[in-house]
Design a protein around this ligand. Sequence first.
Ligand code: NAD
Length: 486
Amino acid sequence: MAPHIPADLPDRIRHYIDGEFTDSVDGDTFDVLDPVSNETYVTAAAGKKADVDLAVAAARRAFTEGPWPRMLPRERSRILHRIADIVESRDARLAELESFDSGLPITQALGQARRAAENFRFFADLIVAQTDDAFKVPGRQLNYVNRKPIGVAGLITPWNTPFMLESWKLGPALATGNTVVLKPAEFTPLSASLWAGIFEEAGLPKGVFNLVNGLGEDAGDALVKHPDVPLISFTGESSTGQLIFANAAPYLKGLSMELGGKSPAIVFADADLEAAIDATIFGVFSLNGERCTAGSRILVERSIYDEFVERYAAQASRVIVGDPHDPKTEVGALVHPEHFAKVMSYIEIGKSEGRLVAGGGRPEGFPTGNFVQPTVFADVAPDARIFQEEIFGPVVAITPFDDWEDALALANDTKYGLAAYLWTNDLRGAHNFAQSLEAGMVWLNSNNVRDLRTPFGGVKASGLGHEGGYRSIDFYTDQQAVHITL
Ligand code: NAD
């Protein structure tokens, strides 16, 4: 089957600054590849400091002089709802472009487009329902809190589920009255370029949203080091987060860091095995395994270990790898040949670190493109690299444990602490176990489904700070206390 190429692709991807599409000041561009052919399908403007300076100046003007930060929450909310409606009405097109640009299976890209709309809707409602704190000391003092937008927020996003992750930052940053400069990932700039049209149509004032494409070390770095950007919300690798943390330190910026993961799924012998296998298959192979919360280490109680490994390997072998545009596809093409090479190198490392029970390389019938078989290694020791390091692809390590204590030690034995998944029918034990897990989020007998009101974020090397619900509002606002003597 010939790979699907969407109709009406842009002839180039540009920045969007102060309400206008622009090229880079120095005219520089970079190539964008589609992950099925690995051929350049478009070039994108390669932003540098000069472009970031222009975007920040526009955002700063819109913040100090424009209407956006001064609007009533319900006025901003109406525009955000319109954005959500437009995103939702274009979900099929968005999914088509996202799937083409990133290699995600089309059905899963569709789900991500709908979630992007939901993120806007959620924060549109939250700012209208928002109450501000007041503290009274009867007859003596009244204290209340003013919430204020902070200024220009710098938003730096990764290439996995790019459109949805951008909405996760754009929604609350805009809802709270800030203006923004978005720097999307260079592997996948296509869907980000759609925001400009959506925002214009919804009536977002000029200069509130600005987009600078480019490499992290150029455009991203300039945004982090810009003195007029007091906030950076970053999602990406832990090592990049460390660098950004250091680069932002001289400016004392507000930082929100959503970083990498190596999340455990822990399956006890008393669990509903079928549900646990289904969920742990989905947990690491959905979104091509390019998911920060992927359950990429499965810890299984020894008494059911052999049966689990056998059934899991059989099910992994049935996962359908295919053209991202085919609705039957469950694992598409990895985002970029560089990332493909990284995942393949971990598979080779895994062959000497564990027992290969499924997959192990490129699938038959896909001689080109970034296709990888769902790959399962059993008997992986905790000091193995494939147990410790984030692979960010369809590769999973399975390890046996003997008891609760052993399971907890293995689960916590990484530098990461983003998510954990627990499968057991001992609910009392499970709640105590969850409390001891070093993970920002725990799913108990459930798939990775989030309630947007809950905190999202990791501990240890997986992140700093929490977003989600009111925590996002807290990050994007200053809280000023006003004290009055009565
Ligand atoms: P990355 O760190 O390579 O890049 C992320 C973004 O940072 C890109 O836009 C990149 O251009 C930019 N960047 C790179 N160097 C920079 C610098 N020096 N200064 C400023 N910006 C810079 O990450 P990636 O490979 O795009 O994404 C995959 C990673 O993201 C994985 O580790 C994954 O776990 C993580 N992730 C985390 C979450 C979460 O919520 N915790 C969600 C999705 C992805």
